[in-house]
Design a protein around this ligand. Structure first.
Ligand SMILES: [Zn+2]
Length: 372
C-alpha cells in the first residue's frame, strides 16, 4: 500500500529533525552554539537548496512545523552546564568573552597575585612596588577570590571597584576590571594621591560555567547581608574591615540592553548624573516616566526600583553588594553595561564612565563644587 501524503510529510519532518540535531551536535562540539535562531535559519537554507535542486518538496505547513520543533529543541540551555564542551550556552552577551579568554583571565589573575601577593594570602607589600598588594580573601567553589590594593593608604581619594559577582552572564564587566587593574598598576608607579581596592572576579566558578550563580545556585548579589552565615560573604566582609571609600562601584551588565545605566543605593546629590554625562545621550538608558523598563523584578515590585533620571535607577535591594558597600563608602553604585552593544565600544565607554565616577568622587572635585 502506498503511504499517504500526510505520512510522507511526517516522514520528511522527522528526517529533517535528524539533520537538524546532527548539525546542532557538531556545532556544539565546536563550542559555537549560537542557539535556535541560527540553527533554524541554517535548516531553512538547506531545505531551500534541496527544494531548488528538486531533491525535496515540502509543504509550507511541514516546513513551519520543522522550524518550530527545531527552534524549541535548540533553545540555549541556561546555566549550570557541567561539560566543558558546552561552556556557556546561556544568555545573551555570553559570547562576548569566549571560554579560552576566561581561562586566560584567571591565569593572569594568578600571576598578578604571585607578583604582588604572598603564598599565605596575608597582607604584604611587594618590594617591586610599595604601592601594590594582592591578597586571597577567601574561596568560591574552591577558586581563590582576589583583592588588589593600590596607591597610598593615607590618600583621601578612595575608590572601591568590584566585578564578576555575575561573571558568567555579565563577563565583559570582568574584562573591564582587568583593564582597570592594568591601568592602576601603571598609575600606582607615579601617582601618590589615590587609594584603590579592586576585587576583579567575585564568582570565578560562574565565570567558567557561564552562569550568574555559584555551584549551589546562590546569587552572591542577593546574600550580602551583615547576618549572613555564608562563609564566602563573611570572608569578603572580613577583607573590607576598616576600609573606607568615597565611592564604591560594582560592575555588572544588563545583557539584553542597548544602553548603559547605573543603580544607585541612595540619593547622591547628582554625582551619578554628572558622571554619566561623559556618555553620549543615546548610550544612556531612557527614562520612561519613572519606570525601570522591561525588568522583571521591577514589574513584580515597582517600589523597589525607581528611575530618577536617564541612565539612573535608584534601588537599595537588601543583599546586593552595592547596598552592603554603603557600610564602607559614602556613595555606592552598580554600573550596568549594555550586552547588546559591540564589545569594543562597551569596553571603551565603560572605562570612560568609571574614570568619570572616580573624578567626580575625588576630594578636589567635591571641594570645587561646594565652593562654587
Ligand atoms: Zn549583574
Amino acid at each position: 500500500m502506498e503511504p499517504s501524503k500526510i505520512e510522507l510529510e511526517i516522514g520528511v519532518q522527522w528526517s529533517w529533525q535528524v539533520v537538524c540535531v546532527t548539525i546542532h551536535y557538531f556545532r556544539v562540539k565546536m563550542s559555537e552554539n549560537r542557539g535556535g535562531f541560527v540553527d533554524s535559519a541554517l535548516t531553512l537554507l538547506i531545505i531551500k537548496v534541496f527544494e531548488n535542486k528538486g531533491i525535496l518538496t515540502m509543504t509550507k505547513c511541514a516546513k513551519l512545523l520543522t522550524l518550530i520543533f527545531c527552534f524549541c529543541s535548540f533553545m540555549p540551555i541556561n546555566g549550570n552546564c557541567d561539560t566543558e564542551a558546552v561552556p556557556f550556552p546561556g544568555a545573551f552577551g555570553d559570547r562576548a568573552v569566549p571560554y579560552q579568554e576566561r581561562i586566560d583571565i584567571m591565569n593572569r589573575l594568578e600571576s598578578l597575585y604571585e607578583l604582588y601577593g604572598t603564598a599565605q594570602g596575608a597582607v604584604s607589600i611587594h618590594e617591586k612596588s610599595s604601592r601594590i598588594k594582592a591578597e586571597v580573601v577567601g574561596t568560591s567553589d574552591s577558586y581563590p577570590v582576589y583583592k588588589f590594593t593600590f596607591g597610598n593608604p593615607k590618600s583621601q581619594n578612595r575608590v572601591a571597584i568590584s566585578s564578576g559577582i555575575h561573571a558568567g552572564t555579565e563577563p565583559l564587566a570582568v574584562v573591564v576590571a582587568m583593564k582597570k587593574l592594568e591601568e592602576v598598576v601603571r598609575r600606582a608607579q607615579t601617582d601618590d594621591d589615590f587609594y584603590m581596592v579592586v576585587y576583579p572576579l567575585l564568582n570565578p566558578w560562574g565565570f567558567l560555567k557561564g552562569t550568574r550563580h555559584n555551584s549551589d545556585g546562590v546569587d552572591y548579589n542577593r546574600v550580602q547581608t551583615p547576618n549572613t552565615v555564608a562563609e564566602y560573604v563573611k570572608s569578603l566582609a572580613r577583607s573590607l574591615h576598616g576600609e573606607e571609600f568615597n565611592i564604591a562601584l560594582d560592575l555588572h551588565g544588563g545583557i539584553k540592553r542597548k544602553q548603559f545605566f547605573v543603580i544607585r543605593a541612595k540619593d547622591d546629590d547628582g554625582l551619578a548624573a554628572r558622571s554619566l554625562s561623559v556618555l553620549p545621550q543615546p548610550l544612556r538608558l531612557e527614562s520612561v516616566s519613572g519606570q525601570y523598563p522591561d525588568y522583571a523584578e521591577y514589574k513584580r515590585d515597582p517600589t523597589r526600583y525607581f528611575m530618577s533620571a536617564p541612565g539612573i535607577i535608584q534601588s537599595n535591594t537588601e543583599g546586593t553588594l552595592k547596598a552592603y558597600m554603603l557600610k564602607h563608602a559614602k556613595e555606592s553604585y552598580s554600573i550596568e553595561y549594555p550586552g547588546q552593544l559591540e564589545r569594543k565600544t562597551v569596553i571603551k565607554k565603560y572605562l570612560e564612565l568609571i574614570r568619570s565616577f572616580e573624578k567626580e568622587a575625588t576630594v578636589q572635585t567635591c571641594n570645587k563644587r561646594i565652593s562654587a
